[in-house]
Write a protein that binds this ligand. Structure first.
Ligand code: ATP
Length: 236
């Protein structure tokens, strides 16, 4: 479904991402693990069309080339990004935030059905449809951000550090929600610093260091790998 090859991102002379290659299969949760500044956000933002990639990158979604498309066209192609820091519209209500997510042409006809799915996934949002998004807790705002992305009826959901700043309980809820999203047939690619919880729900993972993908494997194998445990799981 998602195939990435030769993806590099430069900020001036600084190479934040160097020839990254990865795949996400249909119905998979794939996690990218890496330390601060490793290039995780740059990777997601380049795939979503929010940052220019260096020439030669190939990024296809279900066979369709995404490089060169606008961010909006990439949403229409079936890819939705939940950026780091959520980027919800704080002055708008939950209902209005969700409605904005349904702006994509691909989502307009099924708006009611998609909204019902989002509210079934996050019942808390159903109780708070009229609440101003800014006044919600961090975890609730993350639900709004994910809900808004799901309203565009994506084939693939990209999430940039969704667990950041959430309590352990909300974190657990969030990762359960990702499993349910996968159960609905939507693939998930997330970047995370919470290696333990993300590897527990992911099917596969990639390790990124200094802009390079330095390892990959099945999530269960990565969790059991002593080097991964030392670097990302605080040793054992
Ligand atoms: P974090 O987990 O801290 O968000 P990350 O793995 O997502 O980190 P990126 O945000 O992709 O990392 O950044 C990768 C590198 O590129 C870092 O060294 C960062 O300082 C640099 N960088 C990111 N954005 C810019 C920018 N707009 N201009 C210059 N350098 C940047």
């Amino acid at each position: 479904m998602l195939d990435v090859a030769g993806l590099s991102v430069l900020y001036g002379k600084h190479r934040a991402l160097d020839q990254a290659a990865l795949t996400v299969g249909a119905g998979e949760i794939v996690v990218i693990l890496g330390a601060n500044g490793a290039g995780k956000s740059s990777l997601l933002r380049a795939v979503a069309g929010l940052l220019p990639a260096s020439p030669g990158a190939q990024v296809t979604l279900s066979g369709r080339e995404l490089m060169g498309l606008s961010a909006h066209a990439i949403v229409e192609a079936g890819l939705a990004l939940v950026p780091e820091g959520r980027a919800i519209f704080g002055d708008l209500t939950v209902r209005e935030n969700l409605l904005l997510g349904a702006f994509a042409r691909r989502a307009r006809t099924d708006e009611a059905r998609n909204r019902a799915r989002v509210l079934a996934l996050f019942p808390r949002l159903a109780e708070r449809l009229g609440q101003t998004a800014r006044t919600m807790s961090g975890g609730e705002q993350q639900m709004v951000a994910i809900g808004r992305a799901l309203m565009s009826a994506p084939e693939l959901l990209l999430l940039d550090e969704p667990s950041l700043g959430l309590s352990p309980l909300l974190c657990t809820e969030l990762f359960r929600a990702l499993e349910r999203i996968r159960g609905d047939g939507i693939s998930v690619l997330l970047v995370e610093q919470n290696a333990r919880k993300s590897l527990a729900v992911a099917d596969r993972g990639y390790l990124i260091e200094n802009g390079r993908i330095v390892g990959s494997g099945r999530a269960a194998d990565l969790s059991g790998d002593p080097a991964v445990q030392r670097a990302y799981l605080g040793g054992r």
